[in-house]
Write a protein that binds this ligand. Sequence first.
Ligand code: WTA
Length: 679
Amino acid sequence: MAAEPQPQLSEAQIAVHWREEDYYRPSAKFVAQANAGDPAIIERFGEEHFPECFREYADLLTWDTYWHTTLDTSRPPFWKWFVGGRLNACYNCVDRHLATSRNKAAFIWVPEPEDQDTRTITYQELYRRVNEFAALLRGFGGVDTGDRVTFHLPMVPELPVSMLACARLGVIHSEVFGGFSGTACGDRIADSGSRVLVTMDGYYRGGTLVDHKAKADEAVAAARKLGQEVDKVLVWRRHPGQYASKSPMVEGRDFFVDEILADYRGHSVEPVSMPAEAPLFLMYTSGTTGRPKGCQHSTGGYLAYVAGTSKYYQDIHPEDTYWCAADIGWITGHSYIVYGPLLLGTTSVLYEGVPTYPDAGRCWRIAERLGVNIFHTAPTTIRMLRKVGPHEPSNYDYHLKHMTTVGEPIEPEVWRWYHDEVGKGEAAVVDTWWMTETGGFLGSTLPALQPMKPGSCGPGVLGIYPVIYDEDDNVVEAGSGKAGNICIRNPWPGVLQTVWGQPDRFVDIYYRRYCKDQDSTDWRDWPFLCGDGAVQAADGYFRILGRIDDVINVAGHRLGTKELESATLTVAEVAEAAAVPVMDELRGRAVEMYVALNPGLAPGPEIEQKVAAAIEREIGKIARPRNVWIVPDMPKTRSGKIMRRVIAGISNFADVGDVTTLANPEIVDDIRHHVQSAK
Ligand code: WTA
């Protein structure tokens, strides 16, 4: 296997301009009710108490068998948490709340169009639906403990029902974000070896009923090309009894779930008691090279970590109405719409559609009507809402005690709008920094104990000890104003266990760069490379500068440059392709594609459209480039490597750095002239 290229800090990240922001403090009212109100908690998670400090998180779960070893480091970096323990994820999220909270809302689902009734799903109803679907998956779907099942589901209650049904059986779920293309879904089906695909006929988005089932046909075909057969496609119907797709149902392969469920009415399934270390789910994400990687998350460690961080950082109490407006198709939704809130027995709001349709008031109407008191979203959504309705929140009577932002750096002025307008100056705000691989938060302030600082996520969270290294493996000191690669010095229960089916790649990507001794079983020798550039201020707070690998973060979605380039190369006319990020006022970053054509071909809008269409087909609409530039040649090193740094500099009207060592320096001015005059 070729070694993973190691990420490098970009020049923009090294030359960071540091400006201190003022601190904000939470209200006395918030502090008085906070789950983490006593500073002793920081002490309890101090390094000298590692790893036993994480018992406190694990004790939020109900174990069938208690563990005997908190952390086993015998085979680094394949850490094992809560060894010897057994539990069931679905039991912890659902069954154990029935005795006290059977009639309480587990989920409140707000569908589109807006005149549709909101649906409340009590813990009792969730229990019933999950059991029936688990019985169906086992009986009709033929899946069993340890198998993988892929979902390609939108934001409907059927998604958490399907997740929890798998969890009940010890089946590993792998949800593919609904907006991804059928081909992207097929890749993930093949990689995970799923024989069953769970999908839905259609869903609403921005006023349109989107036909979704057609993507399942593409997914099955794409998986087959990669050698994976799908036996059954289980199709939930958005309106049971009616079929919202034009795609024909394939006899013997496609089945309407609502019809088959009739045979499983009232069935229940014993929750399967799983070892703490059994995988709970896979979540695919983009990285440095090649295909997306399946981050494998554990049952015991992951659940403990999301329960603990939901309790202390999001301050979730059982009586709250908590709304995380992310999509369950991303890690944020898994950890902080489904597992975290349900483990704490609270009410989690799900919504279908987009935050700005039919108008800028949708979110605030939902907050008012449902009495939402904790709100969680991404900077891209905040920027959009600020643009379309800067004073809209004041028209609605809602009161938040707590708000979260996640997924991208947030500009201090956007943070202040979020705090002042959305939070009406009453809510504590946490900026949570983490990633798909880490299961839960890595950096944030404890809302009642550590002041907020706009633009900085805060220090490492409880039990997480970050460190910044420079390219020469030296520690970058806090307050030095220098940026470096942020790593986590210690293992923690939420960290991915491996990359599905590729243990070597897992070690290579996350641990090779700063490993001090490959033979050591001391965790101190195995820092985890997060993949972000960061600076640490003198107060210990981190400012995250963005990805150091070949990932472009568009509206909080990770897109791999390699995937964009491979999709572009499926267009017959294209000889070479390079994807670069450009600054985007709303979405943080957007993608621009540079392509060089095969000899003798003339540039033209048809080829540009073909490239955009190919990216949409291979990855999905979210990856559509803002521009496709057809250039006579790419700037290259003498060894033939495309210089993305130079191209990105041109796209962003920035300094391209030294180009004298290029094999073809003259091309830089050509491209600059062509692109900058057209912008
Ligand atoms: C970025 C999303 C700045 C970061 C949970 C990370 C952030 C990538 C923040 C992971 C934040 C996430 N401030 N940047 N608060 N949170 N990021 O895997 O670059 O979709 O590496 O997980 O998003 O994206 P992912």
